[in-house]
Design a protein around this ligand. Structure first.
Ligand code: DCP
Ligand code: MG
Length: 371
C-alpha cells in the first residue's frame, strides 16, 4: 500500500565520488578494523583484499548512521563476505580476532613502526625487517645501513613530525607560505589543500598549491619560495623535484604514480610565536618551535583545477574519481588533465566544478570528500 510504504532510501553508490563523506565517522569501530586489515595486506603486497577493505571502510564512513545489526547493511555496496564477518564479530564481541592477531604480530608492528619514519616506504621497511632489525636503535646502530638524506631528517625530527599538525599550525604555515609568495610576486597565490581543505582538525603534514598567473613561471616560483624559507632560517629539509610535465601525454592509468609538476617535500621550523594558542606539542612549547612536514606543488595555472582536485583527496575519493571516469565515462583523469577517449580530446577546466560537470557528477564539496 503506497500510503504506508516507507520512503525509499537513496541507494549508496559504489563510487566514493558519488557519496558525501564528512569527517564525522559513525562507524569507527568497523572502519578502524578494516584499515588494519587493509594495511596488513598492503604490507604483504596483496592488492585485492587490501582494496576491498579500503572500499568497505569508505562506504561505512559515508553513512549518517551507525550500523547496529548486520541486517542493516543489506543493499550497501562493497561489503563482501569477509567484511561482513568481521563486522558480525565486532557487533557480537566488540572486537575482531583477526585484527587483534595482526596488531600483535611482530612483522606488522615492525613495518608499521619503520614506515612511520619520513622517507621510509614499505620496501625499505621490509628489507630492514628481513635483516632482523626490529627497532630504531637497531637501525641506527647497524653500520652497514646507509640512510639517505630524507631518512636522516626523518629520524632527526621523528618526535616532532610523528605528532599531528593542528589546524592552528596549518594556518600559521599558510601565512608563512603566503607571505613568501607575495614577496616574490604580487599576483602569486598559495592555497591550502590536502586533509585540512577537507576540514580535518589534524594532519600528518600541510599541503599547499602555489601558483602564478603566468604559465611557465611556476618552476621558478617554487625555487624562489624555497630560497626565501632558507633566508628566514626555517628550512630544515628540502627535497625539490623539478617539473617533468608533458602536456601532450594522456592522463595516467596508474593512481599511485605521482604527478609531474614541480613540487617539494619540506620540513619547516614553525615558531611558537606564529601560532595562535601555541604549538601542538609538549616539548615544542618550551623549546619555542617544532618541526612540521609541508608539501608544495606548483602546476601551470591552466592545470590548477586538476591539481586542486587531485591534492585535496582523500586518497579513496581520488581513486574512485578516476575509476568512475574510466569505467562509467570512458575518460582518463589525473592531477594534470581530463581526456575523453570517445571524442579523443582533452577537456579544459578552470574550476573543480568544471571537472565534476565534465564527468556528469554532482559537485561534492571538499569537506564532503573524506571518503
Ligand atoms: N596525493 C596524490 N598523489 C600522491 C600522494 C598524495 O595525488 N602520491 C594527493 C591525495 C591526498 C593529497 O595529495 O589526499 C594529500 O596527501 P597527504 O598524504 O598529505 O594526505 P591528506 O592530506 O589527505 O592527509 P594527512 O592528514 O595524512 O596529511
Ligand atoms: Mg596532508
Amino acid at each position: 500500500d503506497a500510503a504506508t510504504a516507507p520512503a525509499p532510501v537513496a541507494a549508496v553508490s559504489q563510487y566514493a565520488c558519488q557519496r558525501r563523506t564528512t569527517t564525522e565517522n559513525n562507524n569507527k569501530i568497523f572502519t578502524d578494523a578494516f584499515e588494519v586489515l587493509a594495511e596488513f595486506y598492503e604490507f604483504n603486497e596483496v592488492e585485492g583484499p587490501c582494496l576491498a577493505f579500503r572500499r568497505a571502510a569508505s562506504v561505512l564512513k559515508s553513512l549518517a548512521w551507525s550500523v547496529r545489526r548486520l541486517g542493516a547493511t543489506e543493499g550497501l555496496p562493497c561489503l563482501g563476505e569477509r567484511s561482513k564477518s568481521v563486522m558480525e564479530e565486532i557487533l557480537q564481541s566488540g572486537r575482531s580476532f583477526e585484527v587483534e592477531k595482526i596488531l600483535s604480530d611482530e612483522r606488522y608492528q615492525t613495518l608499521k613502526l619503520f614506515t612511520s619514519v619520513f622517507g621510509v616506504g614499505p620496501k625499505t621497511a621490509e628489507k630492514w625487517y628481513r635483516r632482523g632489525l626490529r627497532s630504531f636503535s637497531d637501525i641506527l646502530a647497524e653500520p652497514s645501513i646507509h640512510l639517505n638524506r630524507m631518512q636522516q631528517s626523518g629520524f632527526r625530527h621523528y618526535g616532532d613530525i610523528s605528532r599531528a599538525v593542528s589546524r592552528a599550525e596549518a594556518r600559521a604555515l599558510g601565512n608563512i607560505i603566503d607571505e613568501a609568495v607575495r614577496a616574490i610576486t604580487a599576483d602569486g597565490a598559495a592555497a591550502l589543500t590536502g586533509g585540512f581543505r577537507r576540514g580535518k582538525e589534524f594532519g600528518h603534514d600541510v599541503d599547499f598549491i602555489v601558483t602564478t598567473p603566468e604559465v611557465g613561471r611556476e618552476d621558478r616560483l617554487l625555487t624562489d619560495i624555497i630560497e626565501s624559507l632558507k633566508q628566514q632560517g626555517i628550512l630544515l629539509y628540502c627535497d625539490y623535484q623539478a617539473s617533468t610535465f608533458d602536456q601532450s601525454k594522456l592522463p595516467s592509468h596508474k593512481f599511485e604514480a605521482m604527478d609531474h609538476f614541480a613540487k617539494c617535500f619540506l620540513i619547516l621550523r614553525l615558531d611558537c610565536s606564529r601560532v595562535d594558542g601555541g604549538l601542538n606539542s609538549v616539548e615544542g612549547d618550551s623549546r619555542g618551535w617544532r618541526a612540521v612536514r609541508v608539501d608544495l606543488v606548483s602546476p601551470p595555472v591552466d592545470r590548477y583545477a586538476f591539481t586542486l582536485l587531485g591534492w585535496t583527496g582523500s586518497r579513496q575519493f581520488e581513486r574512485d574519481l578516476r575509476r568512475f571516469a574510466r569505467s562509467e565515462r570512458r575518460m582518463l583523469l589525473d592531477n594534470h588533465a581530463l581526456y575523453d577517449k570517445t571524442k579523443k580530446e582533452f577537456l579544459a577546466a578552470t574550476t573543480e566544478e568544471d571537472i565534476f560537470a565534465h564527468l556528469g557528477l554532482e559537485y561534492i564539496e571538499p569537506w564532503q570528500r573524506n571518503a
